[in-house]
Design a protein around this ligand. Structure first.
Ligand code: NAD
Length: 510
C-alpha cells in the first residue's frame, strides 16, 4: 500500500492496495506485519508492503515448483523472447522506475536511470544467451562412443538482494536464470521493498500478455527471517545472495549445511593505486566518482587511494579542492552530485567510523559530518582521511563516503597494501607504464575479481562476470559464462557400437 500520490508510483502500479499479492504472494496478511518503505530523500513514508508469512511462503514455493515443471520445457530461445519483452517493458517504464529507485534508495536520478538501463542491457544479453547455452563435445576413449555435456535447468533460484542496487542485482540474476529455464523467488532488501514490487508488477504484465502461469517470477517480502526461509529450503537448489559479508557468512553456512549451491556477492574494500606516471585527469574523475557516487554505497565504491609518494600531495590537494565543489542534496534534483545515506543507522555508522579514524591517529583532509536542513536526517558530507597503510579502520568496509589516502614508495608495496584487506572485489591502477599495468594484472598483482587499468573501481559492464574473492564471497554473476551456475551440468556418453567395453578391461564371460 502506498500512501502518497506521485505519477511514477501510479505508473508502476504502486498507487493503492497492491503489494504483489496477485503476482506471487497469496493468502491472508497480518495487517500489523509490514515492511515500511521510508524515503531517505525527504523522510516521508512512501508505503507499506506486507511481510510474507511462512504459510504464504509455502504457497509461493508450491506455485514456483509447479511453474518450473512447465518453464523447463519451454525452448530456451522462447524463454529468451519473454525476457526480450520484459526488457521492452522496462524501456517503457525506465523513467518511472529510475525515479522510484532514486526516491526509495536515495541515489541520484541519473544513477537510478542507469540502474534500469543495466536491467535492459542484461535482458538483451540474456536474449542472445538463450541461443548459446552450449556444452562441449569430448572425444571418448572408447570405440564407437560419443561423449558430450549439456546444461539443464536447475529449479528454483532464490535471490536475496541488498538495498543499494534495489533493481539491477535482481535482474542480473533473474534474467539469466529465466533463460536458463529456472524460476526465481526474490526477496528484496527490506530497505527498498517497493522497488521489488514495481519490478514484479512489470513482470506480471508481460507474463499475463503471454498467458504464462504464475510462479515463474515471484516475490517474498520481509527481513532476514524471510531470507532464511529460502536459505534453509531444500527445494531451492541455488541461493544468490548480495549484501554484507556478515550476511554472506550466515547464508553460506546455512546453504552448505544442506549441500545447496550459493552464489555470494558481498562487501568490497576497493583501492586505486596511483603511480608516478598516472594521468591526473583520469585520477580525479575516477576517484571522485568512485568515492562519492551513490554516497559511497556501492559495493565497488572507491574506499582507498594508495598514492606514490611523489604524487601524494598533488592528489590530496586536488581531490580536496574537487570535494569542495560537490553539491549535496535531493538526488532527484539533477544539479546535485550526492544524495543521502539509506537511513539514520547508516549515518550513525558513518559518524562512528570518523571517530574511529581520529582515535587511531588518522587526519581528516576533508572533514565529514551530518548535514542538517536537507530534507531528512540522512545527508552527510563525503570526507577524506589520511591514514597509514596498516590502519584498522581502512581494513573495514564502512558503507559511506569515507575515502582513505595512504602513501607508498615501491609498486610491490602498493600491491601488498591493496591486497592486505579481507575483501577482494574491485581494484584499479592509474599508470602509463606498461610494466606496472601488466604486473598489476599478473598472478602476482591484484587479488580481486575486478582489476582495472586507468579507470576507477566503480561501475562494471554487464558483459563481464561480476564478483570478487576472499570475503567478497567468490561468486560471479551477470555476463561471460556466469550463467553456468544457474544450470546443472550433465555429462552423457552414448555407445553406438555392439560392444560394451568395461573399465580396467574387466570381463564377465557372459
Ligand atoms: P545486508 O547484508 O544487511 O542485507 C542484504 C540482504 O540479505 C537483505 O535482503 C537482508 O534481508 C538479507 N539477509 C540478511 N541476513 C540474512 C540471513 N541471515 N539470511 C538470509 N537473508 C539475510 O546488506 P545491505 O546493507 O542491504 O547492503 C550493503 C552490503 O551489500 C554492502 O556490504 C555491499 O558491499 C554489499 N553489496 C555487494 C554487492 C556485490 O555484488 N558484491 C553488490 C551490492 C551490495
Amino acid at each position: 500500500t502506498t500512501i502518497m500520490n506521485k505519477d511514477f508510483l501510479n505508473e508502476l502500479g504502486l498507487a493503492d492496495d497492491n503489494d504483489g499479492t496477485s503476482t506471487g504472494q497469496r493468502g491472508m496478511h497480518n495487517p500489523d506485519d509490514h515492511v515500511k518503505s521510508t524515503s531517505p530523500v525527504d523522510g516521508a513514508l512512501i508505503g507499506r508492503v506486507s511481510s510474507t508469512t511462512p504459510g504464504q511462503y509455502e504457497d509461493v514455493i508450491a506455485q514456483a515448483s509447479d511453474a518450473f515443471l512447465y518453464w523447463r520445457t519451454v525452448p530456451a530461445p522462447r524463454r529468451g523472447e519473454i525476457v526480450r519483452q520484459y526488457g521492452e517493458a522496462l524501456r517503457k517504464h525506465k523513467d518511472a522506475l529510475g525515479r522510484l529507485v532514486s526516491y526509495e534508495m536515495g541515489k541520484s536520478l541519473q544513477e537510478g536511470w542507469g540502474e534500469v538501463q543495466e536491467m535492459i542491457d542484461i535482458c538483451d544479453f540474456a536474449v542472445g544467451l538463450s541461443r548459446q547455452l552450449h556444452g562441449l563435445t569430448m572425444h571418448s576413449e572408447r570405440p564407437m562412443h560419443r561423449m558430450y555435456e549439456q546444461y539443464h535447468p536447475l529449479g528454483i533460484v532464490g535471490v536475496i538482494s541488498a538495498f543499494n542496487f534495489p533493481v539491477a542485482v535482481w535482474s542480473w540474476n533473474a534474467m539469466i536464470a529465466l533463460v536458463c529455464g529456472d524460476v526465481v523467488v526474490w526477496k528484496p532488501s527490506e530497505k527498498s521493498p517497493l522497488c521489488g514490487v514495481a519490478c514484479q508488477n512489470i513482470w506480471a504484465k508481460v507474463a499475463a500478455a503471454n498467458e504464462l502461469p504464475e510462479g515463474i517470477s515471484s516475490l517474498v517480502n520481509g527481513d532476514y527471517t524471510v531470507g532464511q526461509l529460502l536459505t534453509r529450503d531444500t527445494r531451492v537448489p541455488l541461493i544468490s545472495a548480495t549484501g554484507s559479508t556478515r550476511m554472506g557468512k550466515a547464508v553460506a553456512q546455512t546453504v552448505a549445511a544442506r549441500l545447496g549451491k550459493s552464489l555470494l556477492e558481498l562487501g568490497g574494500n576497493n583501492a586505486i593505486i596511483i603511480t608516478p606516471s598516472a594521468d591526473m585527469d583520469l585520477v580525479l574523475t575516477g576517484a571522485l566518482f568512485g568515492a562519492v557516487g551513490t554516497c559511497g554505497q556501492r559495493c565497488t565504491s572507491t574506499r582507498r587511494l594508495i598514492v606514490h609518494e611523489d604524487r601524494y600531495e598533488e592528489v590530496r590537494d586536488k581531490l580536496a579542492a574537487a570535494y569542495g565543489q560537490l553539491r549535496i542534496g535531493d538526488p532527484l534534483d539533477e544539479t546535485n552530485h550526492v544524495g543521502p545515506l539509506i537511513d539514520e543507522a547508516a549515518v550513525e555508522t558513518y559518524l562512528q567510523a570518523i571517530e574511529g579514524i581520529k582515535a587511531e591517529g588518522g587526519t581528516m583532509v576533508v572533514e565529514g559530518g551530518k548535514l542538517d536542513g536537507l530534507g531528512s536526517n540522512c545527508y552527510v558530507r563525503p570526507c577524506i582521511a589520511e591514514v597509514t597503510p596498516d590502519s584498522p579502520m581502512a581494513r573495514q568496509e564502512t558503507f559511506a563516503p569515507i575515502l582513505y589516502l595512504m602513501k607508498y614508495s615501491y609498486l610491490d608495496e602498493a600491491i601488498e597494501i591493496q591486497n592486505s584487506v579481507p575483501q577482494g572485489l574491485s581494484s584499479a591502477i592509474m599508470t602509463a607504464d606498461l610494466r606496472e599495468s601488466e604486473r598489476f594484472l599478473s598472478a602476482t598483482g591484484s587479488d580481486c575479481g575486478i582489476a582495472n587499468v586507468n579507470i576507477g573501481t566503480s561501475g562494471a559492464e554487464i558483459g563481464g562476470a561480476f564478483g570478487g574473492e576472499k570475503e567478497t564471497g567468490g561468486g560471479r554473476e551477470s555476463g561471460s559464462d556466469a550463467w553456468k551456475v544457474y544450470m546443472r551440468r550433465q555429462t552423457s556418453t552414448i555407445n553406438y557400437g555392439r560392444d560394451l567395453p568395461l573399465a580396467q578391461g574387466i570381463s564377465f564371460n557372459l
